[in-house]
Design a protein around this ligand. Structure first.
Ligand SMILES: NC(=O)c1ccc[n+]([C@@H]2O[C@H](COP(=O)([O-])OP(=O)(O)OC[C@H]3O[C@@H](n4cnc5c(N)ncnc54)[C@H](O)[C@@H]3O)[C@@H](O)[C@H]2O)c1
Length: 381
């Protein structure tokens, strides 16, 4: 069995996502397991070159993981013909110019979401990647979560009958940063730095909804900045200019109505940090990150409204756990493996920059819906 190497420029690896999910849990984990196996049995090892702004941080990561290649000069990394893939997990506001450079250098590109801050930029990237004839993709990790994979299985098996509605609840309390440090980077709370929960989460909701239930045809959203002042990584007080909660209604093709709350200002009273309840004529399900529970039509109790009496049973106990029935690998890693096969043997990869642009479109239209206080139809791109 032969083994080959694929050079990957990794920009933004000092960040939360770039380091943990993409370098450690995907690229290095893939090499540890012996690479990505192609159709003919050939194995592909990934050879990352770490790119970032801080020499000290890059050298530290490289030393910690025995990696030889790192640079603060993106052009040098892109100039090396051994690197055929460019990956970007930088802050969103830094993404577009770097991806344009990579496309100009003829690299295949794989990027974190959102692909850009504006629909105009996102479609420009998708168009330029198509024109360049390179392979391109965007991270759509939520589709690979065990909970959502089980939901997909239920849909494919016809469990729901006709799906009526989807209700999603995402969020947790993000500390303001004064008396306890914030657990997310401060740029997320500044609009001028590419922050905002709509731009962060609506791209996720778009691919989740379109992959599982159908295209989003219209949006009504209310975006709010509940916490107007926060404290940054250096303990400096700053004005939170970006939305930190969004209340959205999404009309899907086929008449399904999805409502999703996204918030960094809610305290969790749920089993998981994100949960989707799907109600259909034949049954319902609640899917989280890992778990999925169902209630079939035949086992649906008949609650009777009577506020004079205490509830005599726990409604949540009346649901049944969907078994794993398979091993679920890290979703980021699974998608990396898919992308490598897409680059090297043209394996299907639907998560392209056009679908990334549709996510940015939903964010942009959601913000417009909120600003103008009206329902907005989502044109097909
Ligand atoms: N797929 C997901 O579930 C998911 C989750 C969180 C974040 N993200 C996305 O990943 C990207 C990075 O998010 P993160 O949470 O890792 O952020 P982070 O702040 O932890 O990391 C940002 C990275 O960008 C680099 N950078 C480049 N130019 C910069 C600049 N001008 N200012 C600040 N940093 C700069 C930083 O050095 C760092 O490596 C964002 O686009 C975000 O939307 C995706």
């Amino acid at each position: 069995m032969t083994t080959r190497t694929l050079g990957v420029v990794m920009n933004g690896v000092t960040g939360r996502m770039g380091y943990r999910q993409h370098l450690l849990r995907s690229v290095l984990a893939i090499n540890e397991q012996g690479g990505v196996t192609l159709d003919g049995g050939e194995r592909v090892l990934l050879d990352p070159v770490l790119v970032g702004r801080s020499e000290a941080k890059l050298a530290d990561i490289a030393a910690r993981h025995g990696l030889a290649r790192w640079t603060t000069d993106l052009d040098t990394a892109l100039g090396d013909p051994a690197n055929s893939v460019y990956f970007d997990a930088q802050v969103t506001s830094a993404r577009v110019p770097a991806v344009v450079k990579a496309l100009e250098a003829g690299k295949h590109v794989y990027v974190e979401k959102p692909t850009a801050e504006t629909l105009e930029d996102a479609t420009m990237l998708a168009r330029r990647a198509a024109e360049a004839g390179v392979k391109h993709g965007v991270v759509q990790d939520k589709l690979f979560l065990p909970g959502l994979r089980k939901l997909r299985r239920l849909i494919d098996g016809g469990f729901f009958g006709r799906i009526l509605s989807v209700r999603g609840e995402f969020g947790y309390w993000v500390f303001e940063g004064d008396w306890q440090p914030a657990q997310r980077p401060s740029w997320n709370y500044r609009a001028e730095d590419g922050g905002g929960i709509v731009l962060d989460m609506f791209p996720h909701w778009n691919y989740v909804l379109e992959n599982l239930f159908g295209r989003v045809e219209a949006v009504i959203a209310k975006a709010v900045t509940h916490i107007p002042v926060r404290w940054d990584e250096n303990g400096q007080e700053y004005k939170a200019t970006a939305d930190d909660s969004a209340y959205g209604i999404f009309e899907l093709e086929g008449g399904i109505v999805a409502q999703i709350n996204s918030s960094w200002d809610v305290r969790v009273n749920r089993d998981e940090l994100v949960e989707f309840q799907v109600d259909g004529t034949e049954g319902s399900a609640v899917a989280g990150l890992r778990r999925c529970r169902v209630q079939h039509r035949s086992a649906t109790p008949m609650p009777v409204w009577n506020p004079d009496l205490p509830a005599t049973y726990g409604f949540r106990d009346q649901w049944q756990e969907v078994p794993d029935n398979e091993e679920f690998d890290n979703g980021f890693k699974v998608q990396w493996e898919m992308f490598v096969r897409h680059v090297l043997e043209d394996a299907p990869f639907p998560h392209d920059l056009a679908s990334g642009a549709r996510g940015v479109q939903l964010a942009e239209l959601g913000l417009r819906s909120s600003a103008e206080g009206r329902r907005i139809e989502v044109p097909e791109l």
